[in-house]
Design a protein around this ligand. Structure first.
Ligand code: CDP
Ligand code: CDP
Length: 208
C-alpha cells in the first residue's frame, strides 16, 4: 500500500501522515525533508544555491535514514529548499530515492507536493490536503508562539503566500492535485476529523 499526501505548506500533511503511519504500521517519509537536507548541505558548505550541478551532487548524497525536522527546521533552510526545488536534476535525484522508499513493506505514507502526480502516480490512495492561506499562516504562527518564541503574523502570512506561488508556479512538478486525488480542506476541520476522513478512504482501498 502506498498513501500519497500532497498539499501546500502547513495544510496538516505531516500531522496526518504520521498518524496514518502509526495506525497502519507503515513507513513514513516527509519528502520536504529531502529538499531541506539538500539545502542545508549547500548552506553548511558555503556553496551557491543557484548552481544546479552542485545542488544535484548534494541531492544525490542525501541519506533518508537520518532526516530530522528539528535539525532542518530553520527558516533559511526552508527558503533555500524551495529555491533548489525548482531544479529538474535536483528533483530527479530526490524523486528516485523517494520512489525506492515508497516500495517498502508492508506499506508507506509519503507527503510532499508531487507524490500523487510524479513520485507515486500509481498510489491507490491520494489525498490533497489544503486549507486557506490565512488558516495555514495562523497555524504556523501558533506553532512558534507555542515554542515560547515571538512571531509576526503578517510576515508569516506573506511567507506562506510566497511559498505557494513558488510551489504552484514552477515548471517542473508544480504543486497541484492529481486527477484522482481526494480533496481534504482542513480550514475548518480538526486534526481528528481529518484523520477519520483519511482513514475511511484508506480502509475502503484496503478492502477492494
Ligand atoms: O506538514 P504540513 O506543513 O502540511 O503541516 P503540519 O506541520 O502537519 O501542520 C501545521 C500545524 O497545523 C500543526 O501545528 C498542526 O497541529 C496544525 N493543524 C491543525 O491545527 N488542524 C489540522 N486539521 C491540521 C493541522
Ligand atoms: O517549509 P514547508 O513546511 O512549507 O515545506 P517542506 O515540506 O518542509 O518543504 C520545503 C520545500 O521543499 C517546499 O517549499 C517545496 O518547495 C519543496 N518540496 C517539493 O518541491 N516537493 C516535495 N515533494 C516536497 C517539498
Amino acid at each position: 500500500m502506498i498513501i500519497a499526501i500532497d498539499g501546500p505548506a502547513a495544510a496538516g500533511k505531516g500531522t496526518l501522515s504520521r498518524r496514518i503511519a502509526e495506525t497502519y504500521g507503515y513507513h513514513h517519509l516527509d519528502t520536504g525533508l529531502t529538499y531541506r537536507a539538500t539545502a542545508k548541505a549547500l548552506l553548511d558548505a558555503g556553496l551557491p544555491l543557484d548552481n544546479e550541478a552542485v545542488a544535484e551532487r548534494m541531492a544525490l548524497a542525501v541519506e533518508l535514514a537520518g532526516l530530522d525536522r528539528d535539525v532542518l527546521s530553520a527558516h533559511a533552510i526552508g527558503e533555500a529548499a524551495s529555491k533548489i526545488a525548482v531544479m529538474p536534476s535536483v528533483r530527479r535525484a530526490l524523486v528516485e530515492a523517494q520512489r525506492a522508499f515508497s516500495k517498502r513493506a508492508p506499506g508507506t505514507v509519503l507527503d510532499g507536493r508531487d507524490i500523487g502526480t510524479v513520485v507515486c502516480p500509481e498510489a491507490p490512495v491520494k489525498l490533497y490536503v489544503t486549507a486557506s492561506p490565512e488558516v495555514r499562516a495562523k497555524r504556523r504562527y501558533d506553532e512558534i508562539l507555542g515554542k515560547g518564541e515571538s512571531a509576526d503574523f503578517d510576515a508569516i502570512f506573506a511567507d506562506v503566500k510566497k511559498r505557494d506561488e513558488r510551489d504552484m508556479g514552477r515548471a517542473d512538478s508544480p504543486l497541484k492535485p492529481a486527477d484522482d486525488a481526494h480533496l481534504l480542506d482542513t480550514s475548518e476541520m480538526s486534526i481528528e476529523a481529518a484523520f477519520f476522513a483519511a482513514k475511511a478512504l484508506i480502509d475502503a482501498a484496503l478492502t477492494k
